[in-house]
Design a protein around this ligand. Structure first.
Ligand code: KG4
Ligand code: ZN
Length: 337
């Protein structure tokens, strides 16, 4: 079995996965959303302290499996340095005490493997990854063959949901709040710009849209003056612009990329409105859309453990003392994950 730990941002999570049949035997997670909600975003120092108390509690629950481990998988990049270190320290201790190898995991590869929880790996895939930290499209042919075809030049999709919610005086994370409000809104009320609409670039950019949202709120007299209906309409108009942007750029990629299987992963892939939009685009191009179960779209350790199995088979493990974190390696178009 593989024990996996995730602590790259504001979720402490731990899982036990069986190597032979990919079965997820145990998964626990302690989220810090409530604690960060007052600040409208994640405060690294606070997150680090919360991981330090949460991780040992999670380990307690994994006791029944601790004598059956073959390796420990741990997220080492990308993420907040202080929180990645909390997880790595615990992973190293378990590995050294039990003489086990450590599997360093790229968090975004983990999101891709959320598709294969409890089941065999199925590649190649064209992956659209929309999380709080990243927005990109990747051509995934193997565990070490993941090419970035397009990426965001500024904010990520999840981040733009979070910032929009924050500007409206709502809580964190903004994604689920905006999605819910949007269901009761008129998406045509505010004419927000679709980013890079007239640009030939196959890339994403969300900062202009964020400014348009800010100006709209100002025109309404500020967040305090907005009625509930204003909030719903702005949430819906914002989501419509995000959809337009994602569809326009992925449509371009679909005309050249022949891989028939497409996946939508990352925290913001829980958004049903965006899922539906990408799904109908896939159908138009005779492609099949794959998504992870809703509970494993957001950060979790099950996806880290599932990646760990394929990494273990591929020999991608190290001596615990050699593993370090890489919080923010540059990820750009044409590069590999
Ligand atoms: O993947 P994730 O849990 O963390 C990162 O790796 O960044 O993604 C978190 C992001 C947050 O920005 C959150 O607002 C967004 O995913 N998110 C959503 C939804 N649920 C979570 N965005 C849009 N719609 C949702 N339903
Ligand atoms: Zn994530």
């Amino acid at each position: 079995m593989i024990l996996s730990i995730e602590s790259s941002c504001d979720d402490s999570a731990l899982a036990i996965t069986r190597i032979t049949d990919y079965k997820l035997l145990h998964h626990t997670k302690i989220s810090q959303e409530a604690e960060h909600s007052h600040y409208g975003g994640v405060v690294p120092e606070l997150a680090s302290r919360l991981h330090a108390t949460a991780l040992p509690r999670l380990l307690e629950g994994a006791k029944p499996w601790l004598d059956q481990l073959k390796a420990v998988a741990i997220t080492t990049q990308p993420g907040l340095a202080v929180t990645l270190n909390e997880g790595l320290m615990m992973a190293k201790t378990i590995a050294v005490m039990n003489r086990l190898p450590l599997i360093p995991v790229h968090h975004l590869k983990g999101h891709i493997y959320s598709l294969f929880i409890d089941k065999p790996t199925r590649l190649p895939l064209l992956v659209i990854l929309i999380s709080g930290g990243h927005t990109m499209v990747l051509r995934v042919r193997g565990i070490e063959d993941m090419e970035i075809l397009a990426t965001s030049m500024d904010d990520s999709v999840g981040e733009s949901f979070d910032k929009t919610a924050k500007m409206m005086g709502l809580g964190y994370p903004g994604g689920p709040i905006i999605e819910k409000l949007a269901r009761g809104g008129d998406e045509d009320r505010f004419d927000l710009p679709i980013p890079l609409r007239n640009s030939p670039l196959i890339a994403f950019s969300l900062s202009g849209l964020k400014n348009a949202v800010r100006l709209t709120i100002e025109k309404l007299g500020g967040a305090e003056k907005m009625t509930h209906q204003d909030q719903c309409d702005l949430a819906a108009s914002f989501q419509k612009a995000i959809r337009g942007h994602l569809l326009q750029k992925t449509r371009k990629l679909f005309t050249t990329e022949t891989i028939p299987d497409v996946a939508l992963v990352g925290g913001a892939s829980a958004n049903l409105y965006l899922r539906e939009a990408i799904d109908s685009l896939c159908r138009e191009f005779d492609k099949t859309l794959h998504v992870a179960p809703l509970e494993y779209c957001a950060d979790n350790a099950a996806m880290i453990g599932r990646y760990g199995i394929d990494a273990y088979h591929a020999g991608l493990f190290e001596n615990p003392q050699d593993v370090t974190i890489t919080p923010n390696r540059k990820l750009q178009q044409g590069g590999m994950l």
